[in-house]
Design a protein around this ligand. Structure first.
Ligand SMILES: NC(=O)c1ccc[n+]([C@@H]2O[C@H](COP(=O)([O-])OP(=O)(O)OC[C@H]3O[C@@H](n4cnc5c(N)ncnc54)[C@H](OP(=O)(O)O)[C@@H]3O)[C@@H](O)[C@H]2O)c1
Length: 314
């Protein structure tokens, strides 16, 4: 297959590109700063020569968007929104303009679209979209607005010959440097991998192999369209999540952090506490209903596997 991945130079693109190149597919990555073979320039917002990569391709997986690992300043929030809306819109335009459009467009979205919640998991049918929760910082609603606007662009696009799926993905756990697991392992090694603000908030996650397998499953299932949760079926509270990671890494202690310590840490790391404190209890309702099975459904085993691969690679 020829697969086009706009924004494929980051962590998730690396995971998908590695798997699909190894499987013998032709992978084209659209990047604002192309450097490697297979990378083609675009600006993420305007039509260009890159349209011809999409014309005649089999599948498009759009991952482009400003990293959310930053301070949520008004400028950064605007950039997070605009980069996602504009890139999704112009990808839709490219598909609409293609003489031979791809069969399927998988558009990245996020599990963050769902409400901060502890009591029950969100699946696609019964889950509650966030933005109106009481007792959370008002600015958290902006991440939900971004996710909604992102998905709206997908829905609006007039691409009658191309099936559209929104990937409401949880954190993708891979052994790559700079990925989310790398950051969490660094904290654990420093003794900082303990519960944050009590640690009751849920963490949703997916092992990179299951992420690739789920994307391939969705690509092949002509009957599936619209939003699909990509998350392991067993989200768990942050304190249990970090305990399992520490055990896998052989770190006995993880200091607990209060909310203000987390605020300070996020300030130092130029990140935002929403990433740590929002309870993301998301389950893969549609994938399971469609018959998808996870190779790594439980975090302690997945953490062992991933930490083993980090060790093997370094
Ligand atoms: N990582 C996860 O666990 C996870 C989970 C759920 C959802 N997501 C979402 O999935 C997508 C990919 O995740 P990732 O972790 O691979 O992200 P990433 O490492 O930040 O990569 C995203 C890519 O988007 C491109 N980009 C950045 N700013 C842009 C802009 N203003 N306009 C157009 N393109 C821009 C960049 O490519 P160039 O610099 O080469 O142009 C970058 O490599 C993101 O949208 C993320 O929010 C990620």
């Amino acid at each position: 297959m020829k697969i086009v991945i706009p924004g494929g130079t980051g962590q998730v693109g690396t995971v998908l590109g590695r798997a699909w190149t190894a499987a013998g597919h032709e992978v084209v990555v659209l990047s604002r700063r192309p450097e490697r073979r297979g990378e083609v320039p675009w600006d993420g917002r305007t039509p260009g020569d890159w349209f011809k990569e999409i014309d005649g391709s089999d599948m498009v997986v759009n991952l482009a968007g400003r990293s959310v690992n930053c301070r949520y300043t008004p400028t950064n929030l605007r950039a997070m929104m605009d980069s996602r809306v504009h890139s999704a819109r112009v990808v839709g335009e490219a598909i609409a303009a293609a003489a031979e459009p791809p069969r399927v467009w998988l558009q990245m979205s996020t599990a963050t679209v769902y409400a901060h919640r502890f009591d029950a998991p969100h699946d696609e049918a019964t889950g509650v979209v966030g933005g109106r929760e009481a007792g959370v910082p008002a600015y958290w609603s902006y991440s939900v607005e971004i996710a909604k606007a992102w998905e709206r662009e997908l829905e609006r696009a007039d691409t009658p010959h191309t099936r559209k799926v929104a990937l409401r993905s949880a954190m993708v756990m891979s052994p790559d440097r700079g990925g989310v697991l790398d950051v969490l392992l660094r904290l654990a090694r420093l003794g900082l991998g303990g519960p944050v603000a009590g640690g009751a908030q849920y963490v949703s996650w997916i092992h990179e192999r299951d992420f690739v397998r789920a994307v391939e499953f969705l690509a092949g299932r002509e009957d599936l369209t619209g939003p699909v949760n990509l998350a392991a079926p067993s989200p768990l509270p942050q304190r249990a999540f970090m305990r399992a990671l520490r055990q896998a890494r052989g770190v006995p202690v993880g200091l607990p952090a209060t909310r203000w310590m987390a605020e300070l840490g996020a300030l130092v790391l130029r990140s935002d506490t929403e990433l740590l404190l929002k309870s993301r209890r998301v389950v893969p309702g549609r994938l399971l209903d469609a018959g998808f099975t996870f190779d790594h459904p439980d975090w302690p085993e997945a953490a062992e596997d991933l930490v083993g691969r980090v060790r093997g690679a370094r």
